[in-house]
Write a protein that binds this ligand. Structure first.
Ligand SMILES: Nc1ncnc2c1ncn2[C@@H]1O[C@H](COP(=O)(O)OP(=O)(O)O)[C@@H](O)[C@H]1O
Ligand SMILES: [Mg+2]
Length: 462
C-alpha cells in the first residue's frame, strides 16, 4: 500500500547500545548482547532508534561512513549531498545513513519527527547513532587508537522512501513533461510547509524526492537540516525561503547541464521563475481574502470547492461582515482532500492524485452499477463493491516482481489508461485484467525497478 500523505503511526522509541569492546558504551542503557562476529571489530555506538526497525547493531559504526565496506551497503540513486550519505538494506527495507555532527543529527531527527506529526510529506526518521568509537576505544578518556576519530560525529538514520525518484532521474528519463509536474510538486511542498509555518531554508531539487502520483508527481522533503518550525511565518520569510529555492534550483540545473544530463536550451533562470510563479499562484489561490455582498453567500461554497479541486481542505474560514459586505479568508488549510475522502470511503491510503483518480473510477463504477441494476446505489455500497470487484482483483493480479517496477496503485492507474487505449484501438470493451496483462507485457516489464532505484540500474544511465 502506498505510504501516501499520512504516515503510519509511530512506534515507541528504543534505546540500544553496542560496544565492540568489553565495556558498555555508557551507563544509561543496557549494552545489547551482540554475538554476531562483525560486532567484534565494529567499534562502539549509542543508538536511539524507533521501534519496528532493525537494531542496526551489526553495522561497523566505529569506522567513518565513507570507509565502510559491508555486505548491507547498497548503491541507491540519490541527489547531491553535503554530507556522506550511504544506504543499507535489511530484507526488503533500505535505510539512509547520513554522517554529520551529533547536534545536527539530533536536531534533524526531531524536526523530521515534528513534520511527520503534522502529516507533511517527509522521509521517516528512524534513529540517531552517536558516541561512535572505533574498536578498542572504550570511550573512557576520549583518546582513540586511530587518532583521526571525531568524538562528535553522529549518523542520522532515515527509512529509504520506496518509489522515490531523484530529480535528475525524473528529468532525464521522462523529459520536459514530467519536469513541469516536478515544479508543480515542488511548489505544493513549499506552500504546504509555509502554511504550517515551517521555514525550510534549503529547498533544492536534491532535497526533494519525487514519487509518481497518477500521471503527476508528489514531492517529499528529504533534508530538514536547516528547517525551522515557527509559531508564524511572515511574507518576508516566505520570500526569503523562495529565493533560496530559486538559487538552489538554478545551481542544480547548471550542474545537470555541465554533466550533459539536461539540454543546454533549458534556461535555469526561467525554470526558477517558473517555480516562483507556480508557488505564488498557489499561495494566492489558497490564502487570498475575498469580498462580496451579503446576497452572494454561495461564493463561500464556491471558494471551498475551488480549494478542494486543488487538493486542499479548508478546516477553518474566517468570515467577517461589514454592513452588507462579507469578507472571507481561509485560515486553516490542509492538503489531501481527495486522499482523505478515499480513505474515508475505502480505507485505502494513497497520494492525492491517485486518490482523485480512484474516486473518479468509483463514481463511474457506481453509474454503471445503477444502470445495470436499474436501482439507486448508495455511495458506501458502490465504494465497497468497487474495492472488492474492481480494485483488489487488479492489485492481487500484479506479480511481486512487477510491483518492484511501479507502485501497485500506480499500476492500477496505468491499467485504467491502458484499458481505454486498448478499447479505442479495438473498438470494443476490454476488461481490467486483460488490460493489466497487456500493460505488463508490453510496457511494465520494460520499465526499471523504481521501488528502490539502484545506481547500477540501466535506468539511471540516461
Ligand atoms: N530516506 C531517504 N530516502 C531516499 N533517498 C534519500 C533518503 N535520505 C537521503 N536520500 C538521498 O540522499 C541525498 C542526500 O541526502 P541529504 O539528507 O540531502 O544529505 P545532505 O544533508 O548532505 O544534503 C538526497 O538527495 C536523497 O537523494
Ligand atoms: Mg541535502
Amino acid at each position: 500500500m502506498a505510504d501516501g500523505t499520512a504516515p503510519p503511526p509511530d512506534h515507541g522509541t528504543v534505546h540500544g547500545t553496542v560496544d565492540g569492546t568489553a565495556e558498555p558504551a555508557n551507563g544509561t542503557a543496557e549494552p545489547a548482547n551482540v554475538t554476531a562476529d562483525p560486532a567484534d571489530n565494529a567499534g562502539g555506538v549509542n543508538l536511539l532508534t524507533r521501534g519496528g526497525h532493525p537494531d542496526f547493531l551489526d553495522l561497523p559504526w566505529g569506522q567513518p561512513l565513507a570507509e565502510w565496506d559491508h555486505p548491507r551497503l547498497v548503491q541507491m540513486a540519490h541527489g547531491i549531498s553535503r554530507h556522506i550519505v550511504r544506504f543499507v538494506r535489511y530484507d526488503d527495507r533500505v535505510y539512509a545513513l547520513k554522517e554529520t555532527q551529533r547536534q545536527v543529527a539530533q536536531s534533524e531527527y526531531e524536526i523530521l519527527r515534528a513534520l511527520r506529526d503534522e502529516h507533511l510529506p517527509v522521509v521517516e526518521p528512524v534513529g540517531v547513532a552517536t558516541d561512535l568509537r572505533p574498536a578498542g576505544d572504550n570511550g573512557g578518556d576520549g583518546s582513540s587508537p586511530s587518532g583521526d576519530h571525531d568524538p562528535d560525529s553522529a549518523m542520522l538514520i532515515t527509512r529509504y522512501l520506496d518509489f522515490s525518484l531523484p530529480y535528475w532521474y525524473v528529468i532525464g528519463r521522462d523529459g520536459p513533461v514530467l519536469a513541469n509536474d516536478l515544479l508543480d510538486a515542488a511548489a505544493v511542498l513549499l506552500v504546504r510547509l509555509h502554511l504550517d509555518n515551517i521555514f525550510w531554508g534549503d529547498c533544492s531539487l536534491s532535497n526533494i524526492l519525487f514519487r509518481r502520483d497518477a500521471g503527476a508527481l508528489m514531492a517529499y522533503l528529504v533534508d530538514a537540516e536547516t528547517a525551522e518550525l515557527g509559531p508564524s511565518m511572515t511574507d518576508e520569510m516566505r520570500e526569503y525561503d523562495l529565493s533560496i529555492a530559486r538559487e538552489n534550483v538554478i545551481g542544480g540545473l547548471l550542474n545537470l547541464q555541465a554533466d550533459g544530463r539536461v539540454e543546454d536550451e533549458i534556461d535555469p533562470v526561467a525554470v526558477a521563475d517558473d517555480l516562483s510563479n507556480r508557488y505564488g499562484r498557489l499561495w494566492v489561490e489558497l490564502t487570498k481574502p475575498e469580498e462580496f455582498s451579503l446576497d452572494e453567500r454561495w461564493r463561500i461554497e464556491r471558494r471551498i470547492r475551488r480549494l478542494n479541486d486543488l487538493g486542499f481542505d479548508v478546516e477553518e474560514m474566517s468570515i467577517s461582515r461589514d454592513g452588507t459586505r462579507l469578507r472571507i479568508k481561509p485560515v486553516l488549510i490542509e492538503e489531501g482532500h481527495h486522499s482523505r475522502e478515499l480513505r474515508r470511503r475505502t480505507g485505502l491510503e494513497v497520494q492525492e492524485n491517485q486518490a482523485r483518480r480512484l474516486l473518479a473510477d468509483i463514481s463511474s463504477f457506481r453509474v454503471w452499477l445503477e444502470r445495470t441494476s436499474g436501482k439507486d446505489i448508495p455511495q458506501a455500497v458502490a465504494a465497497a463493491r468497487w474495492l472488492a470487484d474492481v480494485y483488489e482483483p487488479v492489485i492481487e493480479a500484479i506479480p511481486s516482481e512487477m510491483g518492484e517496477r511501479l507502485e501497485p496503485v500506480e499500476v492500477f492507474h496505468q491499467v485504467l489508461e491502458h484499458r481505454y487505449y486498448l478499447s479505442e484501438r479495438r473498438q470494443s470493451e476490454v476488461d481490467n485484467l486483460e488490460a493489466l496483462d497487456d500493460y505488463m507485457r508490453s510496457i511494465l516489464s520494460h520499465r526499471p525497478l523504481e521501488r528502490q532505484l539502484q545506481l547500477e540500474s540501466d535506468a539511471t544511465d540516461h
